[in-house]
Design a protein around this ligand. Structure first.
Ligand SMILES: Cc1cc2nc3c(=O)[nH]c(=O)nc-3n(C[C@H](O)[C@H](O)[C@H](O)COP(=O)(O)OP(=O)(O)OC[C@H]3O[C@@H](n4cnc5c(N)ncnc54)[C@H](O)[C@@H]3O)c2cc1C
Length: 417
């Protein structure tokens, strides 16, 4: 279903990009996502899984590299164009949107360094890949450290008592890595590369961390079982173990001196993606409900003909439009400036995931019992939306971080372009 766009300045190219994303979202992503949702976590990543058809098609259309600059071989989309694509992807499947986006995380951060060696090793092969065989993940959380690792500004973050499982020690020209990342690493069971957060100077707590890129076929890397969960079942997740894994010194792209600003950039970017996918999710709930209430007859007429139902449908619509304005505004800001104004990414993620969840919760009420059955897409959207309130940072933790940023920076000076 197409939608009217409040943004009257969309160019022909913007509209073409959106149309291509919609075609892929409707024709490939949504149907495959529905299939995967019914499979076990092991089946989702089996060799004959439709997941690989999704990846192959996404990569062949260049959707894997839309966050990367053209200079490095990416698609070089504007922030608005990225949003247009991501809203369609979020409409089709939140889980597959995450799986595809984290695939670019190692390359995304390697681009930021501008180091030729890293670009050659990690960006070019990723951008040139057309079959999904080069895919990254973002390994930051650990079994004992979830919210802690993003609690920038809080006492615990710099406490020497915060000992990471994953430690990296310099040995000559190589880093030696030991430890374990959590079962929640998206794509963790099948990624070929990890953007890995590891502790280098434990006396500084998490502020003593570094970020490196680790090819996951190196000696000493092993994986756990893929995780079974209630929502986003199409998104593979699994733990990764490191046992004396050696990488060249240069692959540690950030050490403690720049760790916090880099973490802020990664979080701000990831949260913007979450907000734009949530817009698509909120829209899916609205559109499904609009269609349903035109068809379902109660009280002598279609549900939509009843006054109170029109009011309820309108509330679904207003949340979609609000999500879109919020997430586009934040994306336009923080994908245009450096360093990002993190509070706006946090605002967008928290606001949009809450509104998407509210929309789906309300949509199920509108559908009545049919909203609860596996026969229709709604119950999947509900399960998927629930996870978004925790994913990429619990919304409460993100709000605490936002409050910390405001305490430090408000009021910000106007931007001077
Ligand atoms: C779908 C999904 C995808 C994910 N993808 C990835 C990924 O790609 N890579 C990765 O590394 N991780 C990933 N995660 C993990 C995710 O980042 C964590 O789940 C999240 O940061 C919260 O951590 P936790 O689950 O350990 O909760 P906890 O940190 O244990 O928090 C539990 C509760 O306690 C509250 N709480 C925690 N600390 C405090 C405090 N100091 N003060 C007050 N309240 C507190 C929290 O708000 C929360 O309500 C993913 C998770 C999900 C659900």
């Amino acid at each position: 279903m197409d939608y009217f766009d409040l943004n009257m300045d969309l160019t022909k190219e913007d509209k073409e990009i959106r149309a291509a994303a919609r075609e892929f979202a409707e024709g490939v992503m949504r149907p495959i996502s529905l299939e995967l949702d019914k499979m076990s976590a092991k089946q989702v990543i089996a060799n004959d899984s439709p997941l690989w058809e999704f990846m192959q098609q996404a990569y062949s259309l260049g959707f894997h590299s839309i966050l990367l600059p053209e200079y490095y071989g990416g698609q070089g989309l504007t922030p608005l164009q990225i949003h247009l694509v991501f809203e369609e992807f979020g409409w089709a499947s939140f889980g597959l949107s995450v799986f595809l986006a984290v695939a670019c995380f190692p390359a995304y951060c390697a681009c930021m360094t501008g180091e030729e060696e890293l670009v050659e090793a990690f960006v070019k092969p990723f951008c040139e890949c057309r079959d999904g065989s080069v895919r990254g993940c973002w390994a930051i959380t650990e079994p004992d450290h979830g919210s802690d690792v993003i609690a920038i500004g809080e006492e615990c973050f710099t406490s020497p008592e915060m000992i990471s499982s994953v430690q990296a020690v310099l040995d000559g020209n190589e880093w030696v890595i030991n430890g374990q990342k959590s079962a929640w690493v998206s794509g963790g069971s099948v990624a070929t590369h990890a953007l890995l957060h590891c502790q280098i100077e434990p006396s500084k707590g998490f502020a003593g961390n570094g970020i490196c890129i680790v090819p996951l076929d190196l000696n000493g890397v092993s994986r756990g079982e893929p995780l079974e969960k209630i929502g986003q079942r199409d998104l593979n997740q699994g733990e990764i173990f490191f046992d004396g894994v050696r990488i060249p010194k240069q692959w540690m792209i950030v050490g403690p001196e720049f760790y916090v600003p880099m973490l802020d950039i990664i979080l701000a970017s990831a949260n913007l993606c979450m907000a734009s996918w949530a817009t698509g999710l909120a829209r899916a709930a609205f559109e499904e409900s609009l269609t349903y209430t035109k068809q379902r007859v109660q009280g002598g007429g279609p549900l939509l003909e009843h006054y109170s139902m029109k009011q309820r449908i309108f509330h679904l619509f207003r949340r979609v439009e609000t999500c879109r304005v919020v997430s586009r505004t934040a994306m336009n800001l923080n994908f245009s400036i450096s360093p990002p104004h993190v509070e706006y990414s946090l605002w967008a993620k928290v606001q949009c995931t809450e509104m998407a969840f509210k929309n789906i919760h309300e949509a199920i009420q509108i559908w009545g019992a049919n909203g609860l059955t596996r026969e229709y897409v709604l119950e999947k959207l509900f399960r998927d939306a629930r996870a978004t309130l925790i994913e990429d940072g619990n919304n409460e933790t993100l709000a605490r971080h936002g409050g910390h940023v405001l305490a430090e920076t408000y009021p910000r000076r106007p931007l001077d372009f």
